[in-house]
Design a protein around this ligand. Sequence first.
Ligand SMILES: Cc1cc2nc3c(=O)[nH]c(=O)nc-3n(C[C@H](O)[C@H](O)[C@H](O)COP(=O)(O)OP(=O)(O)OC[C@H]3O[C@@H](n4cnc5c(N)ncnc54)[C@H](O)[C@@H]3O)c2cc1C
Length: 475
Amino acid sequence: MSKSFDVVVIGAGPAGYISAIRAAQHGMTVACIDEWQNRDGKNALGGTCLNAGCIPSKVLLESSELYHRANHEFSKHGIEFKGVGIDVSKMQKRRASIVRQLTGGIAGLFKAANVEGLVGHGRLLSGRQVELTPVGGKAEVIEARHVILASGSTPIELPVAPFDGDSIVDSWGALEFDAVPARLGVVGGGVIGLELGSVWSRLGAEVVILEAMDDFLFMADRDVAREAAKAFAKQGLDIRLGAKVTSAKAGKGKVSVAYEDKSGTQSLEVDKLVVAVGRRPYTDGLLAEDSGVQLDERGFIIVDDECRTSVKNVMAIGDCVRGPMLAHKGSEEGVMVADLIAGEIAELNYNVIPSVIYTAPEIAWVGKTESEVSASGRPYKKGSFPFAAIGRAKAMEQTEGMVKIISAADDDEVLGVHIVGPMAGELIAEAVLAMEFQASTEDIQRTIHAHPSLAEAVHEAALAVDGRALNFPNR
Ligand SMILES: Cc1cc2nc3c(=O)[nH]c(=O)nc-3n(C[C@H](O)[C@H](O)[C@H](O)COP(=O)(O)OP(=O)(O)OC[C@H]3O[C@@H](n4cnc5c(N)ncnc54)[C@H](O)[C@@H]3O)c2cc1C
């Protein structure tokens, strides 16, 4: 007789593993199938996020930032030492060890929650049956009352710059360089391109980022993007906008890149080229022809606001469905669908999903940009406050950037919060909570913020919305 579960999840990335644990917390029998294999051939839970995305990138960002600060900032604190070196191999071992701890941790969480982790490829058949094919093993069919598809995404490959796994690599490859390339090209000036470019630039590489769009960080608020561009230029990141790559050829340890910009055809020679032009939903081999689940023209699984697909009791979550490709968005969808399956009322507020870019300074935002609010026609007011006037930022010697708040002119509701500066990724949590509770600017103004803290910049920006900033002249 085939195995049977209340819920079968396909994919154990942050969307899938969280949904599996939540469903098990509701007392359901749950299996979670995953096929991820690391370079060493070992299977690991956690998907892109833990193995090749969020976590390893943040580990290297942290290490490279410390190295950069030791070289360029510690002396401002009066800390002098000679001969700061880097050991890339040790840095990479630390990255691998943290990834191992966290992915192994999910196995422990599964055990504690009674989720059955199944290694292999999952394919949705018709009638909510799932075919599991273990690596090198025989396929078996599992019965499920509910199926959650969480198959994630994969990097987009440019036909003019195909990956070769050595000189022309995707984001995963760029996290595993065993030495600092003297010259690094990055195709794509989005979140991933900027983070990876920052890592290797801080470690000493000469980095050129080629971005096809004319606007820098088109999805961010313009004031924030401008501040960030200034900071990155100062750090030596060479960001070329309106640069469309037309070819990349690897040979003799070099990559020759050609691109078009306003002035015509340009060329560039680098030691390594990272192509980070976005990701596409990954549904290869996921759906049998008669599964009934539909994809849109870009390959995303079509779902409604509650992540229900076109097939009853089959849900889909995370990067394989519409919405921003962010781990926390996928995880919260995982919680929502498990709660819905358990018969609870659950919904997700897609308007308040925070975005963070872990560069230095960090960039973070939630809600609408000023251009979006302006285009909506709703009258608005705004205020901003620089970190240069924040004591804690001065103590940290990290005074670049600001907090900007946009609020409705009529009822004072906070519509968007945009931060570029130290710990922006942490500070944004206050704004997310405020917006989740539909706070007004006055609510933030009247909330007591610890002194001295970076969060005072959020408080002062809220005051500045009404021309009442206390520690900076109001405009
Ligand atoms: C370099 C980089 C940095 C990033 N940094 C951040 C960040 O800082 N913050 C953030 O929020 N997001 C970040 N992301 C994005 C984040 O990694 C994704 O949004 C997130 O991993 C999506 O989660 P998911 O569960 O939908 O899919 P995934 O994490 O991709 O997991 C899907 C899993 O399903 C498995 N799978 C797929 N098909 C099958 C099948 N048929 N059978 C069995 N298993 C299958 C895959 O092997 C994989 O393990 C980053 C991404 C990259 C590449």
